[in-house]
Write a protein that binds this ligand. Sequence first.
Ligand code: ADP
Length: 775
Amino acid sequence: MEELELINKKTMPLLPLRGLSIFPHMVLHFDVGREKSILSLEQSMVNEQLIFLVSQKDAKIDNPIEEDIYHVGTVSKIKQILKLPGDTIRVLVEGISRAEIIEITQHEPYFQVDVLEREDTSIKDAESDALMRKLMESFEDYVKLSNQISPEVVVTVSDIEEPGMMADVISSYIFLKQAQKQELLEAFSPKDRLNKLYGMIQYELDVLRIERKIGVKVKKQIDRLQKEYYLREQMKAIQEELGDKDGQQAEIELYRKKIDKAKLPKEVKEKALSELGRLEKMGLMSAESGVIRTYLDWILDLPWSKETKDNLDIKNARDILESEHYGLKDVKERIIEYLAIRKLNEGMKGPILCLIGPPGVGKTSIVKSIATALNRSFVRMSLGGVRDEAEIRGHRKTYVGAIPGRIINGMKHAGSKNPVFLFDEIDKMSSDFRGDPADAMLEVLDPEQNNTFRDHYLELPFDLSKVMFITTANNADTIPRPLLDRMELIEVSGYTEEEKLNIAQKHLLPKQIKEHGMKEENLEISEAAMRDIINKYTRESGVRTLERRLATICRKAATMIVEENKNSIKVNPKNLVKFLGTPRYRYDVSEKKDKIGVVTGLAWTAYGGDTLPVEVSVAAGNGKLELTGQLGDVMKESARAGYSYIRAHTDILNIDKEFHKNYDLHIHVPEGAVPKDGPSAGVTMVTAMVSALSNNPVRGDVAMTGEITLTGRVLPIGGLKEKALAAKRAGINTIIIPVDNERDIQDIPDNVRKKLNFILADNIDTVLKNTILKG
Ligand code: ADP
């Protein structure tokens, strides 16, 4: 069957090319200097970035008219535009499809054309298959002989299944005369194109073989240096002949100088020079030259041997850590230890620290301070949502638009080979069919192998062994096990009200005042107002929202200073509403009413502790147990266990024996911002059910946590400290906890512990006795 053709009409600006052609699927960059062409580019940029590129019949003509340009060219998309000194613009374009001019609809100030777009939709048959195979064989020979195209290109090209596309891609790699390229462009039928290209490639192969023969002879006669000199001279002559700018050679020389100066390791330098050699041979205008240039730029930008000198002065480090952060005792101590050990033993490879804690507790910012204290540069990379190994390790150069992975990218930003490198959210990495990023991370973090880290794009080993890696996570449970084994965990827990107050007064407020261009004396927030901000406008473990609220106040204050000509603004609990609007959270113990079927539980999530309200209602029915809202599977199970417990103990609980036949129970857990699950809601659900079934209210000022067994025993739970902080935040003064958690009470900060009343329960009876109010 013959190929089908799809025909499409489009309108766009035209740009005449001098001595160049572009094929569909080809990426090319070239310089534009003619004013008319620049206008075409500008027009294209405001209109979908499409442009019709077509060659001039004679490259020497400066101001071509209709007769001077071919009729068939390529609809292309502008990918990038770069203004160079002088009025030159460098553009990067990608060929989209062949097209033929129907009419030039405008000649001045730039060409505008109507074109017919011709896409080849080929139907594959034995003939085209055979042609493709033949062509591929010749192309392979060509690559081997010419020595100018990297062998990976062959792999990429051989994966192409469309005959027309294969011809186009090969055409863009091999050396062809302008007229030949045009002939290929005008071959709309893919089969025709394959045939023509095959002929041309055969001829080129013959030429290459002869050249090679001559080359071998010449090589024997002149030694290497002489040969290089000779070749370079020859190339200059050829370039002059072809009318190429002197710039070309100058650019190559510039690269050579930079490579010499860059203090590259031996292997890297060799690779850079060999790439430069390829660039020189192929000329700066060819399709692949952009790829090589980008590659060389990457090599030159990386800190292969640049290192900052560590400041291991312990006192200085202590001062910086103390002055920039309140509290965080454990982290600071651990850092000081680390420095002390480094001081005693310079070459020592420290363990990788992992800061674990809810958001906004200063994990990121203390790592920044570590970098400052050590006099190292700082880079941060979030691993949240990274699921593809290539994001870490990069794509091979043969991919269009390939760049190195994020590690190498980070090193470039660091500008030195020994930065402090922070991996945020290492617990939020996932993996899919494209490879597991955790494997790549293992290599990065392993001191045994990270001195030769390999990025797919660079293809050269990069030394990461001097980097100080630190990671953060919200939850240690979801960190991939092998990574976890490599790290030393340091817990950073949520803050109490007192701590928040201190952080706000000493750090957050001064920082925000400065950022808003004010002076300390311009804005004063009273302590009572600050406590109100903490309790009524935020509900979090960390201080992120708190910082945002302070920023809001600063913005309003700055406006008042400017608009109302005031000098100093004072914020107190009375006028706080003016700055922040009505409070978002209620925080008054007396407001916690006793209600039937409503109980406050306590949960522990990756985001710190939180309250977990549970509501139960009873309606006449036939014994259904309905669960709605935010219940995970574990929570559903403990609801059912609680239900069974109640059925088995109706007599002591004073509940209708037949309730499971006469009533429907509905348990609802209102949606919160963070999903919660776990067995520790057991006692909460039983209490709510008993309250609803017995129609007795529950004390509103009590919160509870504990797992429950079918016999009513209360089992211990995790995260007591965070839960206690959450209870305090919510204005609760009594919490019921499993008796086995008694020893954890000492971890709760003093000022919170003193204000809370703890009830220890080993059995659900104790819980019910202390919470259900008998009517
Ligand atoms: P995380 O990385 O834990 O999510 P961040 O480092 O982003 O938290 O902290 C949020 C903000 O709170 C930052 O501006 C940080 O400087 C500030 N902050 C947090 N904890 C403290 C602290 N203990 N002392 C001073 N500032 C703090």
